[in-house]
Design a binder for this molecule. Structure first.
Ligand SMILES: Cc1cc2nc3c(=O)[nH]c(=O)nc-3n(C[C@H](O)[C@H](O)[C@H](O)COP(=O)(O)OP(=O)(O)OC[C@H]3O[C@@H](n4cnc5c(N)ncnc54)[C@H](O)[C@@H]3O)c2cc1C
Length: 333
Protein backbone atom coordinates (compact mmCIF):
# COMPACT_ATOMS: atom_id res chain seq x y z
CA UNK A 1 0.00 0.00 0.00
CA UNK A 2 1.26 3.46 -0.87
CA UNK A 3 2.08 5.55 2.24
CA UNK A 4 -0.29 8.47 2.86
CA UNK A 5 -0.78 11.29 5.35
CA UNK A 6 -3.86 11.35 7.54
CA UNK A 7 -5.61 14.36 9.00
CA UNK A 8 -8.88 14.77 10.84
CA UNK A 9 -11.00 17.61 9.50
CA UNK A 10 -11.69 20.31 12.11
CA UNK A 11 -14.50 21.84 10.06
CA UNK A 12 -16.07 21.42 6.63
CA UNK A 13 -14.64 24.56 4.99
CA UNK A 14 -11.07 23.69 5.97
CA UNK A 15 -11.60 20.14 4.72
CA UNK A 16 -12.86 21.42 1.37
CA UNK A 17 -9.97 23.90 1.01
CA UNK A 18 -7.43 21.18 1.84
CA UNK A 19 -8.77 18.53 -0.54
CA UNK A 20 -9.51 21.03 -3.35
CA UNK A 21 -5.91 22.27 -3.24
CA UNK A 22 -4.33 18.82 -3.34
CA UNK A 23 -5.13 16.54 -6.30
CA UNK A 24 -3.87 13.48 -4.41
CA UNK A 25 -6.13 14.06 -1.40
CA UNK A 26 -9.36 12.18 -0.68
CA UNK A 27 -12.07 12.29 1.97
CA UNK A 28 -12.43 9.36 4.33
CA UNK A 29 -15.97 8.59 5.50
CA UNK A 30 -16.64 5.20 7.07
CA UNK A 31 -13.77 3.80 5.01
CA UNK A 32 -15.58 0.59 4.04
CA UNK A 33 -14.94 1.15 0.34
CA UNK A 34 -11.92 3.43 0.25
CA UNK A 35 -9.80 1.40 2.66
CA UNK A 36 -10.37 -1.74 0.58
CA UNK A 37 -9.19 0.22 -2.45
CA UNK A 38 -6.07 1.40 -0.63
CA UNK A 39 -5.21 -2.20 0.20
CA UNK A 40 -5.87 -3.38 -3.36
CA UNK A 41 -3.86 -0.53 -4.90
CA UNK A 42 -6.96 0.69 -6.74
CA UNK A 43 -6.85 4.07 -4.96
CA UNK A 44 -3.50 5.71 -4.21
CA UNK A 45 -4.18 8.99 -2.39
CA UNK A 46 -1.30 10.79 -0.64
CA UNK A 47 -3.56 12.41 1.95
CA UNK A 48 -6.74 11.20 3.63
CA UNK A 49 -8.90 13.88 5.23
CA UNK A 50 -11.15 12.15 7.74
CA UNK A 51 -14.56 13.80 7.67
CA UNK A 52 -16.36 11.18 9.72
CA UNK A 53 -16.46 13.36 12.85
CA UNK A 54 -17.86 16.46 11.19
CA UNK A 55 -21.30 17.23 12.62
CA UNK A 56 -23.32 15.92 9.67
CA UNK A 57 -24.79 13.10 11.70
CA UNK A 58 -28.46 14.03 12.03
CA UNK A 59 -31.70 13.17 10.28
CA UNK A 60 -34.01 16.19 10.46
CA UNK A 61 -37.55 16.82 9.30
CA UNK A 62 -37.93 19.46 6.58
CA UNK A 63 -40.82 21.95 6.69
CA UNK A 64 -42.53 20.18 3.74
CA UNK A 65 -42.46 16.84 5.57
CA UNK A 66 -39.36 15.56 3.80
CA UNK A 67 -36.08 14.73 5.52
CA UNK A 68 -32.58 16.15 5.52
CA UNK A 69 -29.99 13.43 6.04
CA UNK A 70 -26.51 14.46 7.19
CA UNK A 71 -23.74 13.00 5.03
CA UNK A 72 -22.24 11.22 8.03
CA UNK A 73 -25.44 9.46 9.10
CA UNK A 74 -24.57 5.77 9.16
CA UNK A 75 -26.55 3.46 6.88
CA UNK A 76 -27.94 1.45 9.82
CA UNK A 77 -29.05 4.58 11.71
CA UNK A 78 -30.74 5.92 8.59
CA UNK A 79 -32.57 2.65 7.91
CA UNK A 80 -33.82 2.56 11.51
CA UNK A 81 -34.86 6.21 11.76
CA UNK A 82 -38.61 6.55 12.47
CA UNK A 83 -39.13 9.34 9.90
CA UNK A 84 -37.49 7.25 7.20
CA UNK A 85 -39.35 4.09 8.13
CA UNK A 86 -42.72 5.87 8.20
CA UNK A 87 -42.41 8.18 5.22
CA UNK A 88 -39.78 6.61 2.98
CA UNK A 89 -39.89 2.83 3.47
CA UNK A 90 -38.26 2.34 0.05
CA UNK A 91 -35.20 4.10 1.40
CA UNK A 92 -35.04 1.91 4.50
CA UNK A 93 -35.52 -1.19 2.37
CA UNK A 94 -32.78 -0.19 -0.06
CA UNK A 95 -30.35 0.37 2.80
CA UNK A 96 -31.19 -2.90 4.52
CA UNK A 97 -30.73 -4.80 1.27
CA UNK A 98 -27.12 -3.63 1.06
CA UNK A 99 -23.91 -5.07 2.51
CA UNK A 100 -24.13 -6.50 6.06
CA UNK A 101 -25.10 -5.22 9.49
CA UNK A 102 -21.47 -4.51 10.42
CA UNK A 103 -20.77 -2.65 7.20
CA UNK A 104 -23.96 -0.61 7.51
CA UNK A 105 -22.91 0.41 11.02
CA UNK A 106 -19.77 1.99 9.55
CA UNK A 107 -20.89 3.15 6.09
CA UNK A 108 -21.99 6.77 5.76
CA UNK A 109 -24.64 8.35 3.53
CA UNK A 110 -22.07 10.39 1.58
CA UNK A 111 -19.65 7.49 1.20
CA UNK A 112 -22.42 5.15 0.08
CA UNK A 113 -23.37 7.47 -2.78
CA UNK A 114 -19.74 7.83 -3.84
CA UNK A 115 -18.67 4.19 -3.49
CA UNK A 116 -17.04 2.92 -6.65
CA UNK A 117 -18.02 0.11 -8.99
CA UNK A 118 -17.61 -3.53 -7.96
CA UNK A 119 -16.50 -4.56 -11.47
CA UNK A 120 -13.95 -7.29 -10.79
CA UNK A 121 -11.52 -5.82 -13.31
CA UNK A 122 -11.69 -2.37 -11.70
CA UNK A 123 -10.68 -4.03 -8.43
CA UNK A 124 -7.90 -6.15 -9.97
CA UNK A 125 -4.90 -3.96 -10.76
CA UNK A 126 -3.35 -6.70 -12.93
CA UNK A 127 -6.08 -6.29 -15.57
CA UNK A 128 -6.93 -3.49 -18.05
CA UNK A 129 -9.60 -1.08 -16.86
CA UNK A 130 -10.32 2.34 -18.35
CA UNK A 131 -12.01 3.46 -15.15
CA UNK A 132 -8.98 2.71 -12.98
CA UNK A 133 -6.23 3.31 -15.58
CA UNK A 134 -7.61 5.46 -18.45
CA UNK A 135 -6.56 4.18 -21.88
CA UNK A 136 -5.69 0.67 -20.68
CA UNK A 137 -8.82 -1.00 -22.13
CA UNK A 138 -11.85 -2.79 -20.70
CA UNK A 139 -11.32 -6.41 -19.69
CA UNK A 140 -15.03 -6.85 -18.92
CA UNK A 141 -16.05 -6.48 -22.58
CA UNK A 142 -14.61 -9.88 -23.44
CA UNK A 143 -14.56 -11.29 -19.92
CA UNK A 144 -16.86 -11.88 -16.98
CA UNK A 145 -19.72 -9.47 -17.51
CA UNK A 146 -22.68 -11.05 -15.75
CA UNK A 147 -23.04 -8.05 -13.40
CA UNK A 148 -22.44 -5.37 -16.00
CA UNK A 149 -24.45 -2.69 -17.77
CA UNK A 150 -27.20 -3.18 -20.34
CA UNK A 151 -28.11 0.52 -20.62
CA UNK A 152 -25.98 3.59 -21.32
CA UNK A 153 -22.62 1.78 -21.48
CA UNK A 154 -19.79 2.70 -23.85
CA UNK A 155 -17.01 0.87 -25.66
CA UNK A 156 -14.73 2.15 -22.89
CA UNK A 157 -16.64 0.92 -19.83
CA UNK A 158 -19.54 -1.41 -19.04
CA UNK A 159 -19.36 -1.18 -15.26
CA UNK A 160 -22.45 -0.55 -13.13
CA UNK A 161 -22.93 1.70 -10.14
CA UNK A 162 -23.30 -0.39 -6.98
CA UNK A 163 -25.23 1.73 -4.46
CA UNK A 164 -28.75 0.61 -3.51
CA UNK A 165 -29.31 3.84 -1.58
CA UNK A 166 -28.56 5.96 -4.67
CA UNK A 167 -31.22 4.11 -6.68
CA UNK A 168 -33.89 4.76 -4.05
CA UNK A 169 -32.84 8.40 -3.63
CA UNK A 170 -32.97 8.89 -7.38
CA UNK A 171 -36.60 7.71 -7.57
CA UNK A 172 -37.45 9.88 -4.56
CA UNK A 173 -36.15 13.02 -6.35
CA UNK A 174 -33.61 13.57 -3.57
CA UNK A 175 -31.00 16.32 -3.80
CA UNK A 176 -27.37 16.14 -2.63
CA UNK A 177 -26.12 19.25 -0.86
CA UNK A 178 -22.49 19.82 -1.83
CA UNK A 179 -20.00 22.24 -0.35
CA UNK A 180 -17.27 23.55 -2.61
CA UNK A 181 -14.81 26.40 -2.18
CA UNK A 182 -17.03 29.02 -3.80
CA UNK A 183 -20.24 28.03 -2.01
CA UNK A 184 -22.98 25.44 -1.78
CA UNK A 185 -24.41 23.49 -4.68
CA UNK A 186 -27.57 21.39 -4.88
CA UNK A 187 -27.30 18.39 -7.18
CA UNK A 188 -30.30 16.10 -7.82
CA UNK A 189 -29.16 12.57 -6.97
CA UNK A 190 -30.52 11.50 -10.37
CA UNK A 191 -27.89 13.78 -11.96
CA UNK A 192 -25.02 13.14 -9.55
CA UNK A 193 -23.58 10.10 -11.32
CA UNK A 194 -22.65 10.09 -14.99
CA UNK A 195 -22.55 7.69 -17.91
CA UNK A 196 -19.07 6.46 -18.85
CA UNK A 197 -18.70 7.84 -22.39
CA UNK A 198 -14.98 8.15 -23.10
CA UNK A 199 -14.11 9.26 -19.55
CA UNK A 200 -15.26 6.35 -17.36
CA UNK A 201 -12.68 7.32 -14.72
CA UNK A 202 -15.15 10.04 -13.67
CA UNK A 203 -18.07 8.50 -11.77
CA UNK A 204 -19.90 11.71 -10.90
CA UNK A 205 -20.28 15.38 -11.80
CA UNK A 206 -18.40 16.36 -8.62
CA UNK A 207 -14.95 17.93 -8.73
CA UNK A 208 -11.86 17.57 -6.53
CA UNK A 209 -12.69 18.82 -3.04
CA UNK A 210 -16.48 18.78 -3.44
CA UNK A 211 -17.91 17.59 -0.14
CA UNK A 212 -21.40 16.12 0.23
CA UNK A 213 -22.75 17.53 3.48
CA UNK A 214 -26.36 16.29 3.32
CA UNK A 215 -29.05 14.72 1.19
CA UNK A 216 -32.57 16.14 1.16
CA UNK A 217 -35.57 13.97 0.33
CA UNK A 218 -38.74 15.93 -0.49
CA UNK A 219 -42.08 14.77 0.81
CA UNK A 220 -44.14 12.43 -1.35
CA UNK A 221 -47.66 13.18 -2.59
CA UNK A 222 -50.19 12.09 0.06
CA UNK A 223 -51.47 9.14 -2.01
CA UNK A 224 -48.06 7.98 -3.26
CA UNK A 225 -46.73 4.54 -2.48
CA UNK A 226 -43.09 3.57 -2.83
CA UNK A 227 -41.06 0.38 -2.95
CA UNK A 228 -37.56 -0.97 -3.50
CA UNK A 229 -36.89 -4.46 -4.75
CA UNK A 230 -33.47 -5.99 -5.32
CA UNK A 231 -32.73 -9.18 -7.22
CA UNK A 232 -29.39 -10.75 -6.34
CA UNK A 233 -27.52 -14.01 -6.32
CA UNK A 234 -27.96 -14.59 -2.57
CA UNK A 235 -30.08 -13.07 0.14
CA UNK A 236 -27.42 -10.96 1.83
CA UNK A 237 -23.97 -9.54 1.22
CA UNK A 238 -24.56 -9.39 -2.54
CA UNK A 239 -24.83 -6.53 -4.98
CA UNK A 240 -27.86 -6.14 -7.23
CA UNK A 241 -28.18 -7.99 -10.48
CA UNK A 242 -31.16 -5.72 -11.01
CA UNK A 243 -33.03 -3.44 -8.64
CA UNK A 244 -36.10 -1.25 -8.95
CA UNK A 245 -37.12 1.77 -6.87
CA UNK A 246 -40.52 3.19 -7.65
CA UNK A 247 -42.98 5.80 -6.46
CA UNK A 248 -46.50 5.39 -7.81
CA UNK A 249 -49.68 7.44 -7.51
CA UNK A 250 -52.79 5.64 -8.76
CA UNK A 251 -56.21 7.29 -8.65
CA UNK A 252 -59.42 5.58 -9.81
CA UNK A 253 -57.44 2.94 -11.68
CA UNK A 254 -55.25 5.44 -13.55
CA UNK A 255 -51.57 6.14 -12.97
CA UNK A 256 -51.24 9.83 -12.07
CA UNK A 257 -47.54 9.83 -11.27
CA UNK A 258 -44.68 7.36 -11.63
CA UNK A 259 -41.06 7.79 -10.66
CA UNK A 260 -38.79 4.86 -11.35
CA UNK A 261 -35.07 4.23 -10.95
CA UNK A 262 -33.23 1.04 -11.92
CA UNK A 263 -30.09 -0.33 -10.29
CA UNK A 264 -27.58 -2.88 -11.56
CA UNK A 265 -28.19 -1.96 -15.19
CA UNK A 266 -26.04 1.12 -15.84
CA UNK A 267 -23.04 3.20 -14.81
CA UNK A 268 -25.46 5.32 -12.78
CA UNK A 269 -28.78 4.80 -11.07
CA UNK A 270 -30.95 4.71 -14.19
CA UNK A 271 -33.96 6.99 -14.01
CA UNK A 272 -36.49 5.23 -16.24
CA UNK A 273 -37.95 8.35 -17.88
CA UNK A 274 -39.39 6.50 -20.89
CA UNK A 275 -41.29 4.13 -18.61
CA UNK A 276 -42.47 7.03 -16.46
CA UNK A 277 -43.77 8.86 -19.51
CA UNK A 278 -45.54 5.74 -20.78
CA UNK A 279 -47.23 5.27 -17.41
CA UNK A 280 -48.59 8.76 -16.73
CA UNK A 281 -52.30 8.65 -17.55
CA UNK A 282 -52.19 4.93 -18.37
CA UNK A 283 -54.48 2.36 -16.74
CA UNK A 284 -52.90 0.74 -13.68
CA UNK A 285 -52.74 -2.69 -15.32
CA UNK A 286 -50.17 -5.40 -15.86
CA UNK A 287 -50.21 -4.71 -19.62
CA UNK A 288 -49.43 -1.05 -19.11
CA UNK A 289 -46.62 -1.90 -16.66
CA UNK A 290 -45.04 -4.29 -19.15
CA UNK A 291 -45.39 -1.77 -22.00
CA UNK A 292 -43.65 0.81 -19.82
CA UNK A 293 -40.82 -1.61 -19.06
CA UNK A 294 -40.48 -2.41 -22.77
CA UNK A 295 -40.31 1.32 -23.60
CA UNK A 296 -37.43 1.73 -21.17
CA UNK A 297 -35.60 -1.40 -22.25
CA UNK A 298 -35.90 -0.76 -26.00
CA UNK A 299 -32.41 0.76 -25.92
CA UNK A 300 -30.86 -2.06 -23.87
CA UNK A 301 -27.72 -3.68 -25.29
CA UNK A 302 -26.78 -6.85 -23.44
CA UNK A 303 -23.27 -8.24 -23.21
CA UNK A 304 -22.58 -11.98 -23.78
CA UNK A 305 -22.94 -12.71 -20.04
CA UNK A 306 -25.89 -10.58 -19.01
CA UNK A 307 -28.77 -10.92 -21.50
CA UNK A 308 -30.88 -12.28 -18.62
CA UNK A 309 -30.97 -8.79 -17.13
CA UNK A 310 -33.44 -7.58 -19.74
CA UNK A 311 -36.33 -9.96 -18.87
CA UNK A 312 -35.29 -9.75 -15.22
CA UNK A 313 -35.65 -5.96 -15.24
CA UNK A 314 -38.92 -6.17 -17.14
CA UNK A 315 -40.39 -8.71 -14.71
CA UNK A 316 -39.11 -6.96 -11.60
CA UNK A 317 -40.40 -3.57 -12.70
CA UNK A 318 -43.83 -5.00 -13.54
CA UNK A 319 -43.94 -6.85 -10.20
CA UNK A 320 -43.02 -3.73 -8.22
CA UNK A 321 -45.64 -1.61 -9.98
CA UNK A 322 -48.25 -4.34 -9.53
CA UNK A 323 -47.40 -4.50 -5.82
CA UNK A 324 -47.78 -0.75 -5.50
CA UNK A 325 -51.15 -0.62 -7.21
CA UNK A 326 -52.52 -3.61 -5.30
CA UNK A 327 -50.70 -2.72 -2.16
CA UNK A 328 -49.00 -5.24 -0.01
CA UNK A 329 -48.94 -3.83 3.55
CA UNK A 330 -45.16 -4.44 3.58
CA UNK A 331 -44.65 -2.14 0.64
CA UNK A 332 -47.13 0.59 1.45
CA UNK A 333 -45.98 4.11 2.03
C1 LIG B 1 -18.67 -7.01 1.25
C2 LIG B 1 -19.40 -5.75 0.89
C3 LIG B 1 -20.71 -5.83 0.43
C4 LIG B 1 -21.39 -4.66 0.11
N1 LIG B 1 -22.67 -4.75 -0.38
C5 LIG B 1 -23.33 -3.61 -0.75
C6 LIG B 1 -24.62 -3.64 -1.32
O1 LIG B 1 -25.20 -4.70 -1.49
N2 LIG B 1 -25.22 -2.47 -1.65
C7 LIG B 1 -24.60 -1.26 -1.47
O2 LIG B 1 -25.18 -0.21 -1.79
N3 LIG B 1 -23.36 -1.19 -0.96
C8 LIG B 1 -22.73 -2.32 -0.59
N4 LIG B 1 -21.46 -2.25 -0.09
C9 LIG B 1 -20.76 -0.99 -0.13
C10 LIG B 1 -20.92 -0.16 1.11
O3 LIG B 1 -22.26 0.26 1.18
C11 LIG B 1 -20.01 1.03 0.90
O4 LIG B 1 -18.68 0.56 1.08
C12 LIG B 1 -20.27 2.16 1.88
O5 LIG B 1 -21.58 2.63 1.76
C13 LIG B 1 -19.31 3.30 1.63
O6 LIG B 1 -19.49 4.27 2.65
P1 LIG B 1 -18.24 4.76 3.51
O7 LIG B 1 -18.73 5.85 4.41
O8 LIG B 1 -17.54 3.64 4.17
O9 LIG B 1 -17.35 5.37 2.35
P2 LIG B 1 -15.78 5.52 2.22
O10 LIG B 1 -15.16 4.21 1.92
O11 LIG B 1 -15.23 6.29 3.38
O12 LIG B 1 -15.72 6.47 0.94
C14 LIG B 1 -16.17 6.07 -0.34
C15 LIG B 1 -15.85 7.20 -1.33
O13 LIG B 1 -16.63 8.35 -1.03
C16 LIG B 1 -15.81 9.49 -0.76
N5 LIG B 1 -16.54 10.22 0.28
C17 LIG B 1 -16.97 9.72 1.46
N6 LIG B 1 -17.76 10.60 2.09
C18 LIG B 1 -17.82 11.71 1.29
C19 LIG B 1 -18.50 12.97 1.38
N7 LIG B 1 -19.28 13.27 2.42
N8 LIG B 1 -18.32 13.88 0.38
C20 LIG B 1 -17.52 13.59 -0.67
N9 LIG B 1 -16.86 12.41 -0.82
C21 LIG B 1 -17.03 11.47 0.15
C22 LIG B 1 -14.46 8.94 -0.36
O14 LIG B 1 -13.40 9.83 -0.67
C23 LIG B 1 -14.40 7.68 -1.25
O15 LIG B 1 -13.99 8.03 -2.54
C24 LIG B 1 -20.76 -3.40 0.27
C25 LIG B 1 -19.45 -3.33 0.76
C26 LIG B 1 -18.77 -4.47 1.06
C27 LIG B 1 -17.36 -4.36 1.58
Amino acid sequence: MKPFDYSRAADARTAVATVAARPGAAYLGGGTNLVDHLKLGVARPDLLVDISRLPFDRVEELPDGGVRIGANVRNSDLAAHPLVRQRFPALAKALLSGASGQLRNAATTGGNLLQRTRCVYFQDVTTPCNKRAPGSGCAALGGYNRYHAVLGASEHCVAVHPSDLAVALSALDAVAVVLREDGELRVPVAELHRLPGDTPDRDTVLGQGDLITAVEVPTLPATARSAYRKVRDRASFAFALVSVAAVLVVEAGTVREARIALGGVAHKPWRATHAEQELRGAPATEDAYRRAADAELAAAEPLPGNGFKIPMTRNTLAAVLRGLSEPDPQERR
